[in-house]
Design a protein around this ligand. Structure first.
Ligand SMILES: Cc1ncc(COP(=O)(O)O)c(C=O)c1O
Length: 501
């Protein structure tokens, strides 16, 4: 692996007023608070030793089909370059979907108690049920699926929704066809219009970034290797064709365009039948949530085609309108849908790791075999159960006090979202999302997402996410995440107002 970083932090001069180097008629100079403490020195990782020896094992051809997961590494690289250019700038990160608020104490104290109990003879427990603790499953059923016909035995507790999505791929095997929303939760491919030859920062691979973050480097943890949940896992399983550079899509995947023109819900009359339909609502990145009527159409579409919907509801608790929180609110959904969800964004469990997947017993394969029985087999084969400490936390989350505490944290992020929405609206932008998800999807018609990303970073020192990183359908948009400290969100909004006034 090539040498990755050549950082000479001391040689870079600071700048208080950021020079206006990008031409746009909406842009003004932004004055920015400076801080000398916002950069940590980055120690370049040593490159991996190159050896001439090769094993006799051929590479999995499906792995070779994968496109580089450029989005987050590229954002991190541009941010690193920016920090070199403006070492005194106070960079604000509203690009990532990682939580920033502390976990409520009612939840951490339950985890601490469980942890201490593990040091006692009476309190010790080893392997638990692969499907999860019975009490946690029961609490999930009553908290999120009461009156929806979902029982404790339909719920599999896990180490997170992303891991469950991969286990679902194993369940389906390599012979299924899939459909995904475009844009969708981190999309695999980003075509760089202008490969960035940034001074002082050479090409950095995801692997390099991970090594750097493990060494405590400035890059830090930024979900750099995250994503590609639906698409990449199906590529790895061999369900797709090769990547087609001209259209920036994999062969054999049905991409369902979701844009303001169709109210972020695909025109199902133009969607070909697939075996599996991945559907995320409230959506990451667009922040939109499907209505009851739209979901009814989706369920009917799946039923007509004999498809299975994998419904990702990881942001359902962020919804503020009365659209469905679960696909199982739609009549007939138990015969066509699986739902996956997570404590990550509800309770700040992105690091703790706890999620769940619902596979109703009514869901059957074409030969009549229950999908849940096969999923159970997959779970028992590939997973030894979620951490008992995390599950103690999950149970606390679902207690009356825990639910109250989670709602309070969510309300905090909702207020952040509102600040961001109001800011962009006041500047005359068309703004989507925000009402039902902690993501704001801002339209910059006719402009490249990466140009807008660069403009915002250059002029305001705020990191956002370019919409095209989530798929071709995201071109012309940027995603602004509401996960951040209040002072940062307010400061970012002030800078946005100065830039686009
Ligand atoms: C839509 C969606 N689903 C799933 C996940 C991952 O959840 P988990 O942390 O439980 O793996 C994310 C994380 O950002 C997400 O945005």
């Amino acid at each position: 692996m090539a040498q990755l970083l050549m950082m000479n932090l001391s040689s870079v001069s600071s700048s208080f007023l950021v020079p206006n180097t990008i031409t746009t008629n909406r842009v003004s100079k932004v004055s920015i608070r400076s801080s000398n403490t916002s950069i940590r020195k980055c120690v370049a990782t040593s490159s991996t030793e190159k050896t001439g020896y090769k094993t006799g094992v051929s590479r999995n051809a499906n792995m070779a089909k994968l496109q580089a997961g450029y989005l987050f590494p590229e954002i991190a690289r541009r941010r690193a370059a920016h920090m070199l250019k403006y070492p005194d700038a106070e960079v604000i990160r509203l690009g990532i979907g990682d939580t920033t608020e502390p976990i409520p104490e009612v939840i951490t104290s339950a985890m601490a108690m469980k942890s201490h109990a593990l040091s006692t003879l009476e309190g010790y427990s080893g392997y638990g049920a692969e499907q999860g603790d019975k009490q946690v499953r029961a609490a999930l059923a009553s908290s999120f699926y009461a009156d929806l016909g979902i029982e404790e035995s339909d719920i599999f507790v896990s180490d997170g929704a992303k891991c469950d999505i991969s286990r679902l791929q194993l369940l389906f095997g390599s012979n299924v066809t899939i459909a995904v929303q475009d844009p969708s939760y981190p999309y695999v491919m980003l075509k760089l219009e202008k490969p960035l030859a940034t001074e002082g920062v050479k090409h950095i691979s995801s692997f390099d970034l991970m090594s750097s973050s493990k060494r405590g480097c400035w890059f830090g943890h930024d979900s750099m290797l995250t994503g590609q949940a639906y698409v990449d896992s199906s590529v790895i399983m061999g369900q797709t064709g090769q990547f087609q550079n001209d259209v920036e899509k994999y062969g054999n995947i049905e991409y369902m365009r979701c844009s303001p023109e169709n109210d972020f819900f695909p025109d199902l009359s133009k969607v070909s039948r697939t075996d599996v339909i991945y559907f995320c609502s409230p959506n990451n990145p667009t922040g939109s949530a499907a209505t009851r009527e739209q979901l009814t159409r989706l369920v009917q579409f799946a039923k007509k085609n004999g498809s299975i919907i994998v419904y990702d509801s990881a942001y359902a608790m962020y919804m503020s309108d009365d659209n469905p929180r679960s696909i199982f609110e739609i009549p007939g959904a138990r015969e066509v849908a699986i739902e996956t969800s997570s404590f990550s964004k509800y309770a700040g469990f992105t690091g703790v790791r706890l999620g769940w997947t619902v596979v109703p017993k009514e869901l059957l394969f074409s030969d009549g075999f229950p999908v849940a029985k096969d999923f159970n087999r997959i779970v028992c084969t590939c997973f030894n159960g979620a951490s008992n400490i995390a599950q103690a936390g999950g149970l606390a989350c679902l207690s009356p006090e825990g639910l109250k505490a989670m709602r309070k944290v969510i309300r905090f992020y909702q207020e952040n979202t509102q600040i961001i929405v109001d800011t962009f609206k006041s500047l005359g932008f068309n703004v989507y999302g925000g009402t039902n998800a902690p993501y704001v999807w801002v339209h910059f018609p006719g402009r490249s997402s990466w140009d807008v990303f660069s403009e915002i970073l250059e002029k305001t020192h705020v990191v956002t996410t370019p919409g095209s990183g989530f798929g071709p359908g995201g071109e012309g948009f940027i995603r602004v995440s509401a996960f951040g400290h209040r002072a940062d969100v307010l400061e970012a909004s002030k800078r946005f107002k100065q830039l686009y006034k």
